[in-house]
Design a protein. Sequence first.
Length: 218
Amino acid sequence: MARKAARHAEAERNDQALLEAAKKVLAVDGAHASVAAIAARAGVGIASLYRRYRSKDELFQHLCALSLDQWIRAAEHGLEHDDPWEGLASYIGACVEFSGGSLGPLAGTIAVTDEMAAKFTRSDELLRRLVDRAHRAGVLRADAAVMDISLLIEQLGKSPLIEQLDRQGRTDLLDAAREARKRTITIALDGLRPTHSQLPGNTPAPALLSDRWDHTPT
């Protein structure tokens, strides 16, 4: 029993390492990222990886499900806040911190599993609750929609400066870059507060993000 628990704990650690590695490799290589590159960055043996996952697609599908779990936990934590604004802000901050949009390059390259679809739905429901609550409290600008929040997170989740410094091994500059990023996030969050200015154009449709996951096998 103890041995089984230890194996399970090790598998979970490997999964988290693979998820973080995949985000970084995908940010550079996009959908052409190789399993070998991800495994090497995560410090996981490629042979053991293929013993658990039958294909590259199966691995990526699992990593997407793990990423969605992060979004769900962030939303649940946000809803635990008594203050509607703090709840929404903590959700956005958490999603940006774990780079919620960094698996975006996989969109359209893998089939969406039933597990992924269920977690997409759950994540979307929780975000809508966060946004609706903030609107009712009058702390979120009236013309800011759920899709605006999702797109904002995807954009803020990317940091070319941090990615470049990480590739260069410039650990001496990384802390300063992360602090600068926090300032940028705070500036962006202030733009969600009620204001007299009007957002340009129409509210983005949910299909803008969801339709890119349509997958036609080649």
